[in-house]
Design a protein around this ligand. Structure first.
Ligand SMILES: [Zn+2]
Length: 213
């Protein structure tokens, strides 16, 4: 399954952000409040919504799940938006060490309790379930991913926290660090990582030229 989303920032730059988990990528379709991140987050501006139309949901899902049977309905879009917003709020709690709202946990569990996308082994003579996948099953898979994620990382600021904010102060995007060493610091190396390296390099160079004593 492809991970991550392409964004076009207000300045028109197109950039790729892998939030480290399918459920977090889903939350980034407009689920986070406008004030959740800094000005350099690179997300589209205020009022942007990646799930405005049923077709937006259909596009995102069909890039990730094969055999979607029919286009999402308005009702399914509304459900998807409420799931998206709940995952975003839970992700902020996990990143900032806050206790989550029980209503968000209940909502997530409700979606996760319905049938999800069944696993299938490639290489058979026919594609199992082709064209019969329901939107609700895909939503359940997204919800189950979030349940597994938040169950694993917890909410109250454990030392080895794997849900992090980008280390750039003016960005602060939330992601799941799924690197083996747990050493991911940036939302994206081209966007924030290199910027920070350049700043650090300049600071070192200035310190060499103008030593304190
Ligand atoms: Zn960043």
């Amino acid at each position: 399954m492809p991970q991550g989303n392409w964004f076009r920032s207000d300045s028109g730059t197109r950039w790729f952000f892998d939030a480290g988990a399918p459920s977090l990528d889903f939350a980034y379709l407009g689920g986070f409040p406008d004030d959740a991140f800094g000005p350099a987050s690179g997300l589209p501006g205020a009022g942007w919504d990646g799930l405005l139309l049923p077709a937006d949901l259909g596009d995102w899902l069909s890039e990730r799940y094969e055999g979607l049977g029919s286009a999402p309905t308005e009702r399914e879009l509304l459900d998807a938006r409420s799931l998206r917003d709940a995952i975003a709020r839970l992700a902020l709690c996990a990143a900032d060490g806050h206790t989550p709202d029980t209503r968000d946990v209940d909502l997530l569990n409700l979606y996760a309790a319905t049938p999800d996308v069944p696993p299938s082994l490639a290489g058979g003579s026919r594609q199992a379930g082709a064209g019969r996948l329901r939107v609700g099953q895909a939503m359940s898979s997204v919800a189950r991913d979030a349940v597994t994620l938040f169950s694993t990382v917890g909410f109250l600021g454990e030392a080895d926290r794997r849900i992090k904010r980008c280390a750039a102060d003016d960005c602060g995007l939330v992601f799941h660090d799924d690197s083996r060493a747990g050493s991911r610091r940036w939302c994206s190396m081209p966007k924030c990582g290199n910027r920070a390296k350049v700043r650090a390099h300049r600071a070192r160079a200035a310190a060499t030229r103008f030593p304190d004593n």
